[in-house]
Design a protein. Structure first.
Length: 192
């Protein structure tokens, strides 16, 4: 006969004390294994929680760093924008001031030119008036001298001279004092 398989249903010690002791040992082994598995699970859970907290803290620090970097970039761009605005405003103001100064300078030059022209015209008018007055005075004095000399002299030469003077054309004097006279006018008087 050949035995190929044995089926053991249960093995129990014969002694009750051994049986109780064995049951206690099995119970204790199960408790130890359970406690060990629980401690390992708690330890794994704590480790995973710590890793998650570490990743979360790292992510938080990275996010804060990125936010700070973005804020710094924003402040830089705002400063550049403000600088461009200030430069543009200053440039426009300087250009406006330069144009205003240029226009004011041109106006001053034009005013000075017009003032000089007015002074020149006034001076020429005064000069022409003086020339006319001088001409009138000298002509009237000459005619007075001639008239007096004619009155005192009744000689034939004096009659000839009077006839020459009366035949001389009179010099017209312009009524507009701003007209320029070419002086000295040549008045030919022949006194004989």
């Amino acid at each position: 006969m050949v035995i190929t398989n044995i089926d053991i249903q249960s093995v129990e010690p014969v002694d009750q004390r051994t049986r109780d002791s064995l049951a206690k040992s099995v119970q204790l082994a199960i408790e130890i294994t359970t406690s060990s598995l629980e401690a390992a699970a708690k330890q794994d859970s704590a480790r995973l929680e710590q890793e998650a907290m570490g990743r979360l803290e790292r992510q938080k620090i990275n996010d804060e760093a990125e936010a700070e970097k973005a804020r710094k970039e924003l402040l830089t761009l705002q400063a550049e924008t403000h600088q461009v605005e200030s430069t543009g405003a200053a440039s426009a103001e300087a250009k406006a001031k330069a144009e205003a100064a240029f226009i004011e300078g041109e106006a001053s030059v034009k005013q000075a030119q017009l003032s000089a022209e007015a002074t020149r015209i006034k001076s020429e008018a005064e000069l022409n008036q003086m020339k006319v007055r001088h001409l009138l005075k000298s002509t009237s004095k000459r005619q007075e001298i001639i008239w007096k000399s004619n009155m005192h002299e009744n000689s034939p030469s004096s009659r000839r001279r009077n006839s020459r003077i009366s035949s001389m054309p009179l010099v017209p004097i312009p009524s507009n004092p701003s007209l320029k006279l070419d002086l000295p006018l040549k008045l030919n008087f022949w006194l004989v």
